[in-house]
Design a protein around this ligand. Sequence first.
Ligand code: MEV
Length: 435
Amino acid sequence: MNQPIQGFSKLSKSEKVDWLISTHLNNDATARETILQYWNTHEKLQELHDGFSENTITNFYLPLGLAPNFKINGALKTIPMVIEESSVVAAASKAAKFWLDRGGFKTSIKGTTKSGQVHIKYDGLRSEMEAFFAFAKANLLQSIEQINSSMKSRGGGLLDLILIDKTTSLKGYYQLHATFDTKDAMGANFINTTLEQIAASFKELAGQYQGFSIAPPQVIMSILSNYVPDCTVHASVSCPVSDLGNINGISGHQFADKFVQAVEIARVEPYRAVTHNKGIMNGIDAVVLATGNDFRAVEAGIHAYAARDGQYRSLTHARVADGIFTFEAEFPLALGTVGGLTSLHPLAKLSLQIMGQPDAKELMAITAVCGLAQNFAALHSLVTTGIQSGHMKMHLTNMLEQIGATDVEKEHLRAEYAAKTPSFALLKESLEKLR
Ligand code: MEV
């Protein structure tokens, strides 16, 4: 068994690699080569990337692809997507093209309010807590004025601070619930700094206050919430059913009916809803990653939103009414276009440039569209040809690589599998025959 190591973070990058190779990788020279071949020769760039995290030993690449032809509120956009799953970018591009001639995507921002909480414990009377908050509120707000000033000058900042009694859910539990508008920043640092200042002032004021019949309330913790049901964007596509045309061998009417039914299944059936929403996240995460935003925060917030009525459900909705097919969704998306990695990672900056330097609201809209498009493309295949024919064809490139086909062999095998679904077993057999 390996021995624990002290002071690992203090070792240089090369020393960390040496330690890893000798303790975990049996002094494997190929492993060292794998690690080193991903070091960027541009020293400054490598330093920048090392600085994004800790204990870094190398870089882990993901492909950055483009999905062009997205018509969003009348304007043409090309969407940069960072994703490792083959067929996702192709599917997004296909959906973009499909809706290009059918009115494109429409979006509207429903809200941009985020929140955070100072979580408090107090076992005394609720009336004492309320009286203290009424006494302390102005001072609490005053104490964050400096932190708030720059965000305020941009039209955002702390919007409100209220006391919420949560004692019916948990004994002695109260919270200071703060709402924020963080404008074009994702705002995590701003919110957390503000909350911690509120908590510190709360503690100080509570210590001096004479009105508690027992020991003063205790601050348990202060943190932003990644649940953002008031920071949402609506995205939709819509066209007469007659304009859907023939789709993979079925009429527009049949397609629309099956499509609506498929979305309904995801509304009522959690097993399907999770996969359905995973397909949406293929699109959303890819844009979130490409722009250096926090995909874990977005994932957590979106899935909580999908379960907000107590059951996990489809995030998208579809209907046919008066001969019009409509497909739409509202997504909670806390995204930033300034600050954090969005301003530091050269490729995140490039991604924003590709999309025409969107502000946070525009980025919310583009990201939502990409999620909706991805879901449309998945359902388009699922209710007609099935997912595997397209999927496996895209996957063919990876499989050919893995079975060790040469360029010439790849060409032969691609032609052979142009009209049939490949599998590893079939491909290996064909390769053997070819050889
Ligand atoms: C695969 O990454 C995503 C799908 O499974 C989504 C879906 O089933 O809707 C194709």
